[in-house]
Design a protein around this ligand. Structure first.
Ligand code: SF4
Length: 414
């Protein structure tokens, strides 16, 4: 099946440019869905923040946000922006002065929370400055900090309608000063609430949408919540840029964002995609350990390759035949295969090393080139091992028939 067939055609949105000197990023307008994350350092700490920005970039972030909460942070941004490898978004909460200072620092985008900067003249002043400088703004509505009047209007509850109305009110101020370079988010920590808010928003605007589940929490629960919300919307064709808000090292956010987009066929694979069987009674090796060791060794290569680690030679090579490279364990050996074809049989302790060697070979020579190095005896040896394992254990490694027979006997005897 075509990987993208499960994802609806993307909703048409207007394009926004985050005009970085060497690495400009377009959001919306059919551009690839971008990955964002946010630094956790003090923005005034220029070197520490830049180190994190580079780590996020390396992990797959296309855009990085830094807080601009005081004058030292704004001064920090003035030093960070020219040295950043990706567009920088300044996150501004309570002070319109900080928004203006961030614009002066040269940021590529602003994020404003309509629940916090309330005075229309301040909002319009920021929008006019951003318009004159060609800097987009994200209207970041947050379920947890909804404007009090909207909260009351909707019965003292945060509803999708209230969140959409908050975004529209802010948008109206921007339109008054002729500013339309706007993307919007309507995040909430409740997955059903954010999904419905984004659905409703996508019906009433063609501004690009920034998706996220706010305060998702630490992994794994935070990853699951964020993925549930973001993936559901992306599958409906909604969303132009995404952020995982995890209580974790932000590098995990960038990795998760990137991996989600790659898994949904919305971005090309940039790094390793390690697939591994869940292991079962047929496993001939500690699959969890081999998969973890392989992940650690292969990740360092930073190659766009799919690698399979399978616990047995009976089902492994067949189930992972589409992987670029894989290994399956059997009779204290590893059967190494490229696109399903066995190319080498190695001793079990050498499995990870062999994967690294062949991953490099595939990267250097391509699949066809790598296959020319296949050991001509490997397939016959693998077939013999597989046949011997089937002889030993039969098709049912968990001995279900004998187990059921035993249960029946015990019940009859009791
Ligand atoms: S049958 Fe083999 S490949 Fe499948 S889960 Fe069990 S050990 Fe892994």
């Amino acid at each position: 099946m075509n990987e993208t067939a499960a994802v609806a055609e993307r909703r048409s949105t207007r394009p926004l440019l985050l005009d970085h000197r060497t690495n400009p990023v377009t959001v919306g307008g059919g551009a690839p869905v971008s990955v964002q994350s946010m630094t956790t350092t003090k923005t005034a700490d220029v070197e520490g923040t830049l180190q994190q920005v580079y780590a996020l970039y390396g992990a797959g972030a296309d855009i990085v946000r830094c807080t601009c909460n005081d004058v030292d942070a704004a001064a920090g941004l003035a030093n960070i922006v020219p040295r950043s490898p990706v567009p920088i978004v300044a996150d501004v909460h309570n002070s319109h002065r900080m928004a203006l200072a961030a614009l002066e620092a040269g940021v590529h985008c602003l994020r404003l929370n309509p629940g916090n900067i309330r005075r229309p003249e301040h909002i319009k002043l920021i929008a006019s400055e951003a318009r004159d400088r060609g800097v987009p703004i994200r209207i970041g509505v947050n379920g947890g900090s909804l404007d009090e009047s909207l909260y009351q209007k909707y019965g003292g509850r945060v509803t999708p309608e209230a969140m959409v109305e908050s975004a529209q009110m802010e948008l109206a101020y921007f339109e008054e000063v002729g500013f339309d370079q706007v993307k919007i988010s309507v995040k909430a920590s409740s997955v059903p609430l954010m999904i419905e808010a984004y659905r409703q928003l996508s019906e009433v605007t063609d501004h690009p949408l920034h998706l996220g589940v706010t305060e998702a929490g630490p992994p794994p629960a935070g990853l699951i919540k964020a993925t549930a919300g973001i993936a559901a919307l992306l599958a409906e064709g909604i969303g132009d840029t995404i952020r995982y808000s995890l209580t974790a090292d932000p590098v995990e956010e960038a990795k998760a964002g990137r991996q989600l987009l790659e898994a949904m066929g919305l971005r090309e694979r940039k790094g390793l995609d390690l697939i591994a069987c869940p292991s079962c009674g047929r496993a001939e090796v500690d699959v969890i350990k081999v998969a973890n060791d392989a992940q650690e060794a292969l990740e360092k290569l930073n190659l766009p390759i799919q690698v399979a680690v399978m616990g047995c030679v009976v089902n492994g090579p067949g189930e992972a035949r589409d992987a670029d490279l894989g290994i399956a364990a059997g009779r204290q050996k590893g059967h190494l295969f490229v696109k399903g074809q066995v190319v080498k049989v190695v001793p079990e302790p050498d499995m990870v090393e062999a994967l690294v060697e062949w991953a490099n070979r595939i990267n250097d020579e391509g699949i066809e080139g790598a296959l020319t190095h296949a050991d001509s005896r490997a397939q016959a040896e693998a077939d013999a091992d597989r046949a011997a394992m089937l002889d030993d254990r039969g098709l049912d490694a968990n001995h279900r028939e004998q187990t059921i027979e035993m249960i029946r006997r015990h019940v009859a005897e009791s």
